[in-house]
Design a protein around this ligand. Structure first.
Ligand SMILES: [Cu+2]
Length: 147
């Protein structure tokens, strides 16, 4: 009887954990809002949540941008045309790119809880469409503040 109760409790805990941790899909697209896009390009999650990178269109990868990863956090690395779920346990702002298409604006942001490294991340210099796109993405981050 006691053993059964323990098992039921473990099951309850597992259910409670899976109910609180979210997984958000981010697609890699050839035709999105922009010619080459991550959709959604900005994701807001909580520590412990995951992002599921989906190679809806092939030929893209995901990698962290130097200077746009919170201290002590593991950089993101999704190989070309592969699907991967990445869990985020450190709060902060994560900037990433698709290596061959960064100059065409194929970049994205993941905001985990409070982005305490945001000021530092905003100092990273981009040119052309990457700059234009990050300006848009940071505007989205600004618009979420105080809400
Ligand atoms: Cu790409």
């Amino acid at each position: 009887m006691l053993k059964f109760a323990g098992g039921a409790f473990a099951l309850f805990m597992a259910t409670a954990l899976s109910a609180t941790a979210a997984t958000v899909d981010v697609q890699m697209l050839n035709h999105g809002t922009h010619r080459y896009s991550f959709e959604p390009a900005v994701v807001y999650i909580h520590s412990g949540d995951s992002v599921h990178f989906v190679p809806t269109d092939k030929g893209h990868n995901v990698q962290s941008i130097p200077g746009m990863t919170p201290d002590g956090a593991e950089p993101i690395n999704v190989p070309f045309s592969q699907e991967k779920t990445v869990q985020f346990t450190k709060s902060g702002l994560y900037g990433y790119k698709c290596l061959p298409h960064v100059s065409m604006g194929m970049v994205g942001l993941i905001v985990v809880d409070n982005a305490n490294n945001e000021a530092q991340a905003r100092k990273v210099t981009f040119y052309g469409k990457a700059k234009q796109r990050f300006d848009e993405l940071f505007q989205d981050v600004d618009s979420k503040k105080g809400k």
